[in-house]
Design a protein around this ligand. Structure first.
Ligand SMILES: Nc1ncnc2c1ncn2[C@@H]1O[C@H](COP(=O)(O)OP(=O)(O)OP(=O)(O)O)[C@@H](O)[C@H]1O
Ligand SMILES: [Mg+2]
Length: 336
């Protein structure tokens, strides 16, 4: 199952997704790259609309019909998945790479009982399995996500459950075939703080104990700080920073957008002496069909000069396997 031991479990290079809209083509994911080993924990952060969900969906070949992959590569366990047949995707999707959808409501079939949906997952990947054993597995999964009346849950339809319960059911489903990679898109947003901690603990335990690689998509840097070993920051569809969690949170990020994201959290002090006292990030992520010339973040950036408004910034290496899409990334020297 390990495939080629020289290549990472998941290697994405220069992935670009195009959507044709009435306003013209847009690129919600542009030149997206990442590398994930068994047991890795990558956090993807960025404001609403930055492309987190689109990036996650593209890694599972689940883009909306209006979207298509314009270029780039997704290699899973050595196998190229861009352009792969649906049958090839079906073999790995849900079983080897799994996704917790951001919208629990739309991800569950409203006319099926929860138990039936679990049966469908197991029937398609493990047909002929002992039914009693399967029922016990489902019960234990539901218990592990904090649903303490599993008999009631399997008999229920989605509308009979609260939003938080549906979210936990989705997480249990995503974990049901013990995937090697789990992409969790805002997995705790619909949950109260106690349940959010419990779910995050569960995902982290799977990551540590079973070496399940985890891609945690979240707008909440608190969650990412607690867990991620690598951080990928998205802005207007582009990766603007890739960093180790350690550097990002202790030495400080390299990209001014990442710095602004950190500063927009309560109780966080600025790290870069060149940055102004930003309480929140002024302005908004520009719509994809109206991206400014040069750096897309320049109109909001405290470090931007004339060049940033006209020239596209370079990818600057800031350390081993680290970098930022910026003319003026922070370095260890200018971080005070
Ligand atoms: N079907 C679609 N057609 C056109 N544009 C779309 C479509 N779906 C998403 N987009 C655009 O793609 C961009 C990225 O959206 P995406 O949902 O990935 O953002 P996100 O970072 O997950 O945001 P959030 O934090 O709100 O979940 C947005 O600008 C969005 O408007
Ligand atoms: Mg999203």
């Amino acid at each position: 199952m390990d495939g080629n031991t020289l290549s990472p479990l998941l290697q994405v290079n220069g992935l670009t997704v195009r959507i044709d809209t009435p306003r013209g083509p847009v690129f919600p994911v542009h030149s997206f790259s990442l590398s994930l080993e068994k047991g890795d924990l990558l956090g993807i952060v960025g404001e609403s609309g930055s492309g987190k969900t689109m990036a996650g969906l593209s890694l599972l070949g689940l883009l909306p019909e209006s979207a298509n992959i314009l270029g780039g590569s997704i290699r899973f366990d050595g196998q190229e998945m861009v352009g792969a047949a649906e049958g090839t995707w079906n073999k790995i999707r849900g079983s080897r790479i799994s996704l917790v959808f951001q919208e629990p409501q739309s991800a569950l079939n409203p006319i099926l009982r929860i138990g039936t949906m679990f049966e469908e997952i197991y029937d398609s990947h493990r047909p002929g399995e002992d039914r009693e054993l399967r029922a016990r597995t489902i019960q234990n999964l539901l218990l592990s996500v904090g649903l303490d009346r599993p008999d009631f849950i399997v008999r229920s339809y989605p509308h009979q459950l609260s939003g938080g319960m549906r979210q936990r059911v989705l997480i249990a489903m995503a974990l049901s075939l013990s995937p090697e990679i789990l992409i969790a898109d805002e997995p705790t947003t619909a949950l109260d703080p106690t349940m959010s901690t419990q779910i995050l603990d569960l995902l982290l335990e799977r990551n540590r104990r079973d070496k399940m690689a985890l891609i945690l998509i979240s707008h909440d840097l608190g969650i990412i700080r607690r867990s991620a070993r690598k951080i990928l920051v998205l802005y207007a569809g582009r990766v603007v920073e890739y960093a180790s969690g350690n550097r990002f949170f202790s030495a400080g990020p390299a990209h001014p957008y990442s710095t602004a994201l950190l500063l927009s959290r309560p109780g966080v002090t600025r790290k870069n002496k060149n940055d102004g006292p930003l309480e929140a990030i002024p302005g908004q992520v520009p719509p994809l069909w109206e991206l400014p010339e040069g750096c897309a973040f320049a109109p909001r950036c405290p470090r931007a000069d004339a060049r940033c408004h006209v020239e596209f910034p370079p990818w600057v290496s800031t350390g081993p396997e680290e970098g930022a899409l910026c003319f003026y990334p922070s370095t260890q020297e200018n971080v005070a």
